[in-house]
Design a protein around this ligand. Structure first.
Ligand code: FAD
Ligand code: NAG
Ligand code: NAG
Length: 327
């Protein structure tokens, strides 16, 4: 036992020595970088958590950038160290990934939400847009653009997600059938490339980079700024939910609605399983004036399907909207 134990101690100290030899200076070399923000080498646990709660990898450090050049400096430094170090870098938006996508095992996590350099700028006119930071939450973009009577064209259901986070995926919700996903409603991106260069890209400029980064799962560069297409925000919305017990009827109706010309502005289908309490939430989202319809409803343990629809309108079109939704 004693022999074995001393062997183990020796063995583990060898490992420690080896690690120190191979990567003698990575955390300390990061400390020497001249940046506006800062690195945290101590409090890194939160960067090993995400919404999915299934994977947890501790990084060496978390970067809190104050400027785009902080990100560029850091990525360039890691690139200079070279592939041998296997030092990884991951951008972290709001950490709502499900499978550790925004984590970097023994690497550097960049906390994008602390990048506050760019004040949101809404541009009105015939083709309105807004320039936002890659770490901005969509909820804030909505609030800011609404001040100008405008709103992004394509959304996710849940708005406490960052621009960089959803543009790295697709960003899908009930407007996608009309406008495409969020990645189809971006005019231009500013990206920090894998070498730490800051580059603007669009359909016309560095288009390879543009189309790689959009939906690129954070693997082709870090989005530091995005130009998002806007449209006039509706004054009012008629919101309808229809529940189906039959899958074929549900999909037939959905296909009809998304292929029609002037039907709804928002169409989304989802599955309701009477197991998790979701159905109760769903019930409470009914208009209080409609309690009868809502309470008559029984799933008898079956899986149900729901179409959620919205029609945008202005005050003067109220009557027309009610006609459309009844037909
Ligand atoms: C409750 C909930 C509801 C959701 N609803 C929808 C929905 O309706 N529609 C939909 O499409 N998706 C939805 N999602 C999924 C969500 O869009 C993705 O998980 C998205 O990546 C999360 O954004 P985030 O800001 O939390 O990113 P994170 O989880 O922090 O990061 C996600 C990925 O993007 C990368 N990344 C983050 N920021 C940047 C950046 N600036 N530049 C480059 N790469 C970056 C990360 O490295 C990682 O790979 C939902 C998720 C949850 C938890
Ligand atoms: C990218 O474009 C924005 C806005 O058009 C500009 O302010 C910024 O300086 C550009 N960045 C680079 C690296 O060219
Ligand atoms: C949900 O399922 C339970 C049994 O699992 C049943 O008692 C209840 O009535 C169901 N709810 C609805 C709304 O159908």
């Amino acid at each position: 036992m004693l022999v074995l134990r001393s062997f183990m101690i020796l063995f583990f100290s060898c490992i420690t020595i080896k690690i120190n030899l191979c990567f003698p200076s990575i955390p300390s070399s990061l400390k020497t970088l001249s940046i506006d923000g800062h690195f945290d080498f101590e409090q890194v646990e939160h960067a090993a958590k995400d919404f999915g709660n299934r994977y947890s990898y501790l990084p060496l450090a978390v970067l809190y950038p104050k400027s785009v050049s902080d990100i560029a400096t850091t990525v360039n430094h890691v690139w200079q160290i070279g592939g041998g170090s296997e030092l990884k870098v991951a951008a972290r938006g709001h950490g709502h990934s499900l499978q550790g996508q925004a984590q970097a095992h023994r690497g550097v996590v960049i906390n994008m939400e602390s990048l506050q350099g760019l004040k949101m700028q809404v541009h009105t006119g015939n083709f309105p847009y807004v320039d936002v930071s890659g770490g901005e939450l969509w909820i804030n973009i909505l609030r800011e653009s609404l001040k100008h009577g405008l709103a992004p064209k394509s959304w996710t259901d849940y708005l406490h997600l960052t621009v960089g986070g959803t543009l790295s995926n697709a960003g899908i919700s009930g407007q996608a059938f009309r406008h495409g996903p969020q990645i189809s409603n971006v005019h231009q991106l500013e990206v920090v490339t894998g070498k730490g260069e800051v580059v603007n890209c669009s359909e016309k400029q560095n288009s390879d980079l543009f189309y790689s980064v959009l939906g690129g799962l954070g693997q082709f560069g870090i989005i530091t700024r995005a130009r998002i297409s806007l449209e006039p925000a509706p004054e009012m919305v008629k919101w309808i939910r229809m529940v189906y017990t039959d899958f074929d009827t549900f999909t037939r109706d959905q296909e009809k609605l998304i292929s029609g010309q002037s039907t709804f502005d928002y169409v989304e289908g989802f599955v309701i399983i009477n197991r998790t309490g979701l159905l109760n939430n769903w019930r409470s989202s009914f208009n209080p004036q409609d309690p009868l319809q809502a309470s008559q409803f029984k799933s008898d343990g079956r899986t149900l399907f729901c179409l959620e629809l919205a029609k945008y309108f202005n005050h003067e079109d109220m009557v027309l909207v009610n006609q459309v939704s009844h037909s």
